[in-house]
Design a protein around this ligand. Structure first.
Ligand code: PPS
Length: 289
């Protein structure tokens, strides 16, 4: 896997292979009952995808273990040489279905808005996302070289990473939540009270709330379980693509790990810039638990 430079799509830096198919992705036709799961990278996408798939499959663990998560919840804009692009995989998938995306609001195919699809957006605090993304850049070799942690952090703050600015992503999706059938969730809330957040998802999906099912899903979607489950931990992919010996995909799964990586100076600089970039937004994040 070659580490290629990012390529801009309407001003948003993207992985080159993804950028190359965006014209086709833009024409994608959503089904009105498709469910879209949208996140900025490293915000807990795999976690919420597994939660939703378990809800759809009514807690049937065997059914959830038939295929890796990226085949059960196709990734719309995904594209790598030698495998089906996400939108092509969706052409072969029975619809309606659950679809993953990391696209910012302005790049999402119009069809999702026109068909009024239900959407779940999961957001995670910027500092933990930056740290998680730094380790992911190292192990997922389709990304450009991340450089040092300090260099990467500066790129992250400038939005010069794959899928662009975290700040714009979380704010723009937040602003869409009232005009769309959208459930906007937070990673930190899922860590704090997974049962409560899973129930919210079930209500949003109009599923009956069954306490035993909620407990079962909470158990099987815990970090501990998902880390050792080959259908969720991305170890089914070749190591040329994701090298878990550099950093496992299921790395730490906590809120507040940023404290182990930010220096005091980086933290002060980040906080001042954060205020500037988030000014005017009502979005609030827990930076630690
Ligand atoms: S990706 O590549 O963008 O789709 O990655 P994504 O799944 O969004 O994010 C990966 C981070 O989420 C953590 N993770 C979890 N945390 C808690 N509980 C569960 N079940 C869980 N599953 C995944 C994963 O460990 C990555 O975070 P870090 O901080 O790197 O550990």
């Amino acid at each position: 896997m070659e580490r290629l430079p990012l390529k801009s799509v309407k001003g948003v830096p993207m992985l080159k292979y993804f950028a190359d198919i965006m014209e086709e992705v833009d024409k994608f036709q959503a089904h009105p009952d498709d469910l879209l799961i949208s996140t900025y990278p490293k915000s807990g996408t795999t976690w919420i995808c597994e939660v939703v798939d378990m809800i759809y499959k009514e807690g049937n663990v065997e059914a959830c273990r038939e295929k890796p998560i990226y085949l059960r919840v196709p990734f719309l804009e995904r594209s790598f040489p030698g495998s089906d692009a996400g939108f092509k995989l969706l052409q072969k998938t029975p619809r309606p279905c659950v679809i993953k995306t990391h696209l910012p609001v302005q790049l999402l195919p119009k069809s999702f808005w026109e068909k009024n699809c239900k959407m779940i957006y999961l957001a995670r605090n910027a500092k933990d996302v930056a740290v998680s993304y730094y380790f992911f850049y190292q192990m997922a070799k389709v990304h450009p070289e991340p450089g040092t942690w300090n260099e990467f952090l500066e790129k992250f703050m400038a939005g010069d990473v794959a899928f662009g600015s975290w700040y714009d992503h979380v704010k723009d999706w937040w602003d869409k939540r009232e005009e769309q059938r959208m459930l906007y969730l937070f990673y930190e809330d899922m860590k704090e009270d997974p049962q409560q957040e899973i129930q919210k998802v079930m209500e949003f999906l109009e599923r009956p709330i069954d306490e035993q099912l909620v407990e079962k899903i909470t158990h099987y979607t815990s970090f501990k379980e998902m880390r050792q489950n080959h259908m969720t931990n991305y170890t089914c992919l070749p190591s040329t693509f994701m090298d878990h010996s550099i950093s496992p995909f299921m790395r730490k799964g906590v809120a507040g790990d940023w404290k182990n990586h930010f220096t005091v100076a980086q933290n002060e600089f980040f906080d001042a810039d954060y205020k500037r970039q988030m000014v005017g937004s009502t979005l609030q994040f827990w930076m630690e638990m």
